[in-house]
Design a protein. Structure first.
Length: 215
């Protein structure tokens, strides 16, 4: 059976796996983004705290994804929980690092000016610092998403959702008629999803970043 015939016969299952894959990555990115920005906000004013935050999240990223999922299975079981926990942890580093870099890169004179007109510390953060730091933060989110698209495929090892199931089924049945088609379909699907997500982030950047900052 040709690859195109396989896609025609299995399109419903592939669409379901693709939706589950995209949904898992999206939900984990929302959690990782909120946590990453929060960690950045809490730690960027202190050198040691910022370095600790970056080093800690970088250390998590050095743990092989298959090993981390395997360690999580005895604690949280199979399926969605180990997928969500592992993807969220892996997604933190670029967001934390770029949040800290972006917030530290805000011109101090702008912050002083905001302070001079009576803005509270929280108002300065949300109305001055975070908007100016948003471009690098968004870049970190884009990088994290691309990483998680590939890592999410490993979640199939723990009966997680997504296109990784196609890849694992193909690998498990190497030598059969459709083994290569399954692996190829899962891989191509992940690449397409990654490109679609990145296109959405480009659009978000155009809508949320003022032209003056982009230039």
């Amino acid at each position: 059976m040709s690859f195109w015939d396989f896609l025609g016969n299995q399109h419903q299952q592939l669409l379901t796996d693709a939706f589950q894959h995209a949904s898992a990555v999206f939900q984990c990115m929302v959690i990782a983004t909120l946590l990453g920005i929060l960690i950045g906000v809490v730690s960027y004013r202190s050198d040691w705290a910022g370095n600790l935050a970056i080093t800690s999240t970088a250390t998590i990223l050095t743990v092989p994804s298959l090993a981390l999922i395997g360690l999580l299975i005895p604690m949280v079981g199979l399926g969605v929980p180990p997928t969500v926990i592992s993807l969220t942890l892996y997604g933190l580093l670029p967001i934390v690092r770029n949040s800290i870099v972006g917030l530290r890169g805000v011109d101090p004179s702008l912050v002083d000016a905001a302070k001079g007109i009576g803005m509270s510390r929280s108002a300065r953060l949300f109305r001055v610092e975070l908007p100016l730091a948003w471009p690098p933060i968004l870049t970190g989110i884009r990088v994290s998403t691309q990483m998680l698209m590939g890592i999410a495929a490993i979640a199939a090892y723990a009966s997680g959702p997504g296109l990784g199931n196609e890849i694992f089924r193909g690998i498990a049945s190497l030598g059969s008629a459709n083994a290569i088609n399954q692996v190829l379909a899962g891989t191509v699907g992940i690449v397409i999803l990654a490109l679609l997500f990145d296109a959405v982030y480009v659009l978000i950047g155009r809508l949320t970043i003022s032209r003056g900052i982009r230039v």
